[in-house]
Write a protein that binds this ligand. Structure first.
Ligand SMILES: O=c1ccn([C@@H]2O[C@H](COP(=O)(O)O)[C@@H](O)[C@H]2O)c(=O)[nH]1
Length: 312
C-alpha cells in the first residue's frame, strides 16, 4: 500500500493524528535510569535503546506514527546509531509508522545515496536489502530539484514517503524562508515546487507521497499552506515544548480531520517532569508518557477538525 494511504488509514484506525517524537536526551532520562547501565558509550546507547523501546511500547497502541530524531542517536556514534536501528525495528513490529527525521539532502548523486540508505535497498551479497526500515524521512529542499528527485523516485518505488521542509517551526524560520523573490516568499516557492515534484504520486485516499513540514508556531502560514497544498500531508512540529497549541494547528487539517500529523517530542517522552504528572504518577514515568499522549489526543479532538476522527 502507498505510504500516504497507510498514514490516512492508520490515523483513521487510531482515531487521532498524533506523532510521538523520540528525541532521547540522556540528561533528561528519568532519575536512576542511566545508572542501570555502564558509564560507557555503549552503556549510554543501551540506555537510549531501552528507553526508546519502552516509549514505543507505551505509545504504539495509541498513536499512528513515531518520529525518530536522528541527531540524539548520532551523538553517541556507531553505538547510538545501533540504538536507533534497534528502536526503529522494535517500532515496526508494533503497528506504528516510522518517520526518520534527519533532514537529509545533498547534490543529486549523494541525495540518491541518502534516499537508498533510508528508503531503499542496498546490494548485499547477491541480493538487495533495506538497511533502515523507515516509512518516511524528512529532507531539506534548499539544494533544488536534483537533490529532491532521488527521494521522490525511490519513495515511489518502495511505497515510502518524504516530508520536505517548507515552513519550519523555529524562531529564525523567517530569516530565509520569508525572503521575497518574484513576489512570493521563499517558503511559497518551495510549496509550489513541492506540488510539481509530487505530481502523479497521489494515493487512493487523496494524499501524496510527498508531504510538507509546517510548524505549529506559524499558524497563519499553516492556514495559507493548507489552502495552497490540498492533498499534501503536513508533518507539524512545534506543538507543546515550542509553544504551538491545538488552536494554532486547526487550519492545517482538511474537512475530514485528515491531512495534518502533529508531532510532540519532549512533551511526551519527558512528560514525567511535569509537576502535575509527578504528583499523580510519582516515578511511574511510563504512565506519564501515556497520559501525555491521551491528553494530546483529547486536546486535538476538542480544538481541531481531528475530532471528526473519533468514533461516534
Ligand atoms: O521545523 C521543524 C522541523 C523539525 N522539528 C523537529 O521536531 C521535533 C520537535 O521536538 P519538540 O520536543 O516537540 O519541540 C524535534 O525533533 C525537531 O528537531 C522541529 O521542531 N521543527
Amino acid at each position: 500500500m502507498e505510504f500516504a494511504d497507510r498514514v490516512v488509514q492508520a490515523v483513521r484506525r487510531k482515531g487521532n493524528p498524533v506523532v510521538v517524537g523520540i528525541d532521547p536526551r540522556p540528561e533528561e532520562l528519568p532519575t536512576g535510569f542511566l545508572d542501570r547501565f555502564p558509564g560507557t558509550r555503549t552503556g549510554v546507547a543501551d540506555a537510549l535503546r531501552t528507553f526508546g523501546c519502552e516509549i514505543v511500547d507505551v505509545v504504539a497502541p495509541l498513536a499512528p506514527l513515531i518520529k525518530f530524531q536522528s541527531a540524539f542517536y548520532e551523538a553517541y556514534g556507531p553505538e547510538g546509531l545501533g540504538a536507533l536501528h534497534a528502536t526503529v525495528e522494535h517500532a515496526r513490529e508494533r503497528d506504528v509508522l516510522v518517520i526518520f527525521d534527519g533532514k537529509r539532502n545533498d547534490i543529486g548523486s549523494t541525495a540518491d545515496a541518502y534516499a537508498r540508505a533510508y528508503l531503499g535497498k542496498e546490494p548485499v551479497g547477491g541480493s538487495f536489502e533495506p538497511s533502515w526500515h523507515a516509512d518516511a524521512m524528512t529532507i531539506n529542499p534548499y539544494l533544488g530539484s536534483d537533490g529532491v528527485d532521488p527521494f521522490v523516485k525511490i519513495a515511489a518505488r518502495e511505497h515510502k514517503g518524504v516530508f520536505v521542509l517548507v515552513r519550519t517551526s523555529n524562531a529564525s524560520a523567517r530569516e530565509f524562508q520569508d525572503l521575497v523573490c518574484d513576489g512570493l516568499p521563499v517558503y511559497r516557492h518551495v510549496a509550489n515546487r513541492l506540488k510539481a515534484w509530487g505530481k502523479g504520486r497521489d494515493g487512493k485516499e487523496g494524499y501524496n507521497l510527498l508531504g510538507a513540514v509546517v510548524g505549529a508556531t506559524y499558524p497563519s502560514e499553516l492556514a495559507e499552506l493548507r489552502e495552497a497544498l490540498p492533498g499534501v500531508l503536513f508533518l507539524v512540529p512545534g506543538y507543546g515544548a515550542q509553544g504551538g497549541e491545538a488552536k494554532d494547528i486547526a487550519a492545517g487539517f482538511d474537512a475530514n480531520g485528515q491531512g495534518a500529523l502533529v508531532n510532540n517530542s519532549r512533551g511526551v517522552t519527558f512528560a514525567y517532569k511535569k509537576p502535575t504528572f509527578r504528583d499523580r504518577f510519582g516515578t511511574d514515568w511510563q504512565r506519564a508518557v501515556e497520559q501525555a499522549v491521551l491528553d494530546m489526543i483529547d486536546d486535538l479532538a476538542q480544538n481541531t477538525p481531528a475530532g471528526k476522527l473519533r468514533p461516534a
